[in-house]
Ligand binder design. Sequence first.
Ligand code: PEP
Ligand code: MG
Length: 575
Amino acid sequence: MSFTMHGIGVSGGIAIGRAHLLSHTRLEAAHYAVPQHELAEESARFDAAIETVRSELGALRAEIPPNAPAEFEAFINLHLMILNDSTLSKAPHGIIETEKCNAEWALKIQTDALLAQFDEIEDSYLRERRADVIQVSERIMKALAGHPGHVPRPAADSAHSAILVAHDLSPADVVQFKHHQFASFLTDLGGATSHTAVVARSLNIPSIVALHHARQLIREDELLIVDGTQGVVVVDPDPMVLGEYELRQQQWGIERNRLKRLKHTRPATLDGVEVELHANIELPEDIAEVKEYGATGIGLFRSEFLYLNRDDLPDEDEQFEAYRNVAQEMDGMPVTIRTYDLGADKEENGAARSAANPALGLRAIRLCLTEPHRFKIQLRAMLRASHYGNVRILIPMLMNAGEISQTLHLIAQVKRELDAEGIPYDPGIKVGGMIEIPAAALALGLFTRKLDFLSIGTNDLIQYTLAVDRTDDTVSHLYDPLHPAVLKLIVHIIRTAGRAKTPVALCGEMAGDASLTRLLLALGLRQYSMHPSHLLEVKQQILKSSLREARAYVQRMLRTEDPVRLRAMLGRLNA
Ligand code: PEP
Ligand code: MG
């Protein structure tokens, strides 16, 4: 039966393909029957996986670096305890026997049952151990599969491309898709600027979040149309609808190709005002796309993605090579590397931290400053890479003067150490800060006085200004970049930074939304940083804009507080 679902489109375009469902617990579990005479063997396979994970955890514990945080060992011990508990290591045997099923399915059933029990627990400490159970289960699942990583591969022989349908995906999951050929993905949870959506956008495939019930209503292998621009999924379309969307898909492709002609055009308005268009990247390999779309710098390298999907930490040399490669590839153009913004929705494997309000908790620079040893490893790698190109350091989530001075102090310390070792770096390396907390925006002087440049992180700035969790689909309708308070803060930051002669860029998702390009231009923005695939659309918008006209109209928009009227005015501004 054909039906339609609506969510938030995070990346434009149309995909047509077959549904591939991801199981509820993020654990990909195939389900197949096992004949009676092979059940003992299946149980033995499960035992072998438990043994593999036991040795993995044992090896991890034996190799804890002396400088690792104290909770690291406690966390491994906890995982060993969960692994050794009979509810996980023995109960699946019973399920294999009674259900006559494979070990993965037995593990999945048992894990889901355990998680359901956790949901009922009132004690918040115990409830938080839910994440640990999932992680241990995932390890066993990987061991059963005989390889690391839990993102499934689409079937190579599918006539239509595969569309992944999941209840939820972490940013770490999505970043793995860079290596897989999914045509699209759909999730029940998530908001337009959740990191999951941000990474999805970088994959440049039409995708939708906040569908609420997609995982329940869509069946494996069902034919789907995904319209990422409108946020619409058509399930089991009839032939006429399918034909119409195939046509639209072709038109979209033609339009994208046409935009490629703008790759080498300098971005300037009709009245000659020049604008810089930089790119956001997650991994060094994204550079290929940066070049494809003609970005003239990296405005945001989210370095924390180097820390995800792995059980160890990237050491100084590994990071140095990643940063140096990007700096060299960009050949003198600015490369703005953000120090690791871990925490909240970007957790490392096995991170033992969890807080009631992770977005307000120990994340980004707050986390870095609690672990100066690890932070200095990254700073050393960045400084060493600065010798090979135009590297700039960007600090996320700064909020007060103390954080700035501590960070600058650590950078100075690392410079002295490199001097003593005779290791070259750029002594004039620029250090900037992300303005993504309203307090930082309102007390901007603290930042302009001490930093070389600023970058407005509107994804978080909107979340914190409006008190709307950017990852929560239940409040995503309240997440509004055009809220007067948000616009006032952006104007304030651009004007105040301008008076202080501190360069300011904008690197949140607003920068890549072509419907906001003209508005931001009129608000004084001259440096945009976005996913490379949005760059040409934004450039086209700039080339068609007259700053003088836009400015006058936007002054009227800023006086408008009625959201419906404001939207209508935005439409007229872009007409
Ligand atoms: C932002 O907050 O706008 C930003 C660019 O950083 P992130 O999306 O990684 O939090
Ligand atoms: Mg941010």
